[in-house]
Design a protein around this ligand. Sequence first.
Ligand code: MEZ
Length: 598
Amino acid sequence: MRNKRTILALMMSAVLLVAASLAWGADSSKSAFLSGVHKKNNVTCADCHGKSIAVDDNETALNKNCKGCHGGFADLAAKTKEHINPHNSHLGETNCTACHKGHVASKAYCNYCHSFAMKIPAMGTEKESSDKKWVQESSKGAKDQKSARTESADVVVIGAGGSGYVASITAHDAGAKVILLEKMPITGGNSMLAAGGINAARTRYQERLGMHDDPAEMVKETMKGGRDKNDPELVKVLAYKSADAVDFLVSLGADMTDLVRSGGVAVDRTHRPVGGAAVGPHLIKVYRENAAKRNLDVRVNSEVVQILSDGNGRVTGVQVRGKHSGLYTIKAKAVIDTAGGFAANNELVGFYKPQFKETASSNQPGATGEGVALAQKIGANVIDMEQIQIHPTMGGETKVLISETVRGSGAILVNHAGKRFVNELTTRDKASAAILAQPEKSAFLVLGEDIRKSNVQIDGYIVLGLVQQADSVAELAAKMGVPADALTATVENYNKAFAAKKDPEFQRQDIPRPVNGPKYYSIWVKPGRHHTMGGVKINTEAQVIGKDGKAMTGFYAAGEVTGGVHGWNRLGGNAITDTVVFGRIAGANAARFVKDAK
Ligand code: MEZ
């Protein structure tokens, strides 16, 4: 009843707000319908909206005016004393309106993945905004609904994660008019959360360190990791174009100078920024800057509800639902689907793998799989949908992924008896299975000072309160609740293996650092769903394959929305390679197709 009344009151407020705006004009001093600090300070409509009350889907004027009044992210970050600083987070410079609302209470976007107790100062106590339902019933009903307007572009790209940005930048640079659409209020997708790095073989950085890697080895290891269920032609493209992918990123301004080893790989092939910083936030910042430099048309809050086709396998555009602008059509000669996977969609995961339902997901909240459904509706074939990757190390009860690079830097996995139980650098499927075979279905990462110093992400986990610290192994054991003598023996044996460069217990091939003091650290970890290997079927030209086995005309896809590249298990570090290699191919081919069609 109370809820009904509140909803009614909110609806009335909305109606009155519109009426008030119309009656008083945008510069009205009436602020009765505002929230929090705006309400207190008698903010006018024009203070936030500018001359026009109408709001575009990017909420451009609102965001400009937010910054005009409150300052930019750097100013706001400087005012925050706490370690957890939402204006200086790995999400980067996003729209203010992703968190802050004028007419309803604000909510920190971070909390869709984290559970920080931070307050948004003076930003209102009214009901939370209801615009957070991102699991849309994609095209349901939209077919019969009319678009209010029609635009046109050469290439429309669905989903502004890593693959979407790479495809858009590539197509733009090849001369195409591109529109990049993102249903979420911020860009970045899962790439934004990528902690590890990009796998690439025979790069200038490896050569500089005197390392000899070979794309043929990358093919072999990727196939083996994927249990030989991968499409071997796609894997060859992935591996042989991986060094070019790194060069491409560097040409955009990225730093890929640091190298680390990932599971299932015999060389240091995972490239990342100096100091071991997380690759994703860095790349998304670089992509955003490059998109801005090119004046790319990037639209957030813009959900594709239908891919349009002529019924004969040729795409003709998309129908979009803009948060503010409503339904509209973009006619396009080519469409690139880069809408990501579905590991955040509990229902869909449960449908394909009932045993994984309700498990924690490391994914951003928008990874809900509409890109696959949209493609299927116009006749695309899909493969391996039930192949869902469980990452071995999510931080305890959280949605925070503890990067594989922590193990790559030397950390060991220890069970509740204080003993190692698996080669920490085996493939993810095996490491996860080994943890889930423990009675507690969880384990600990244990590391020392040299390992912490080599990987700046560990300091981030300390800030997040996920790390136990101690001055001795025995003290750490007490904090972890494991037998001190067992943990002490485990660490001693591992350090001997480091010195001997040989791990007789678990045949770990690479032990870059010992677990040494003065401080010792542990992180409680549990497996959680991380990557969906299945999706839209593509060929080596990133063309979407239809149910008839033929390439669909003008339709391309790249990244986690596709299936086939990773087989039944993806290697750590190969996702970013996938986004860059196939994003580039999709962008280049879509632009070429448009040119040829003119
Ligand atoms: O590729 C990944 O998913 C990856 C390297 C994740 C991680 O553990 O950092």
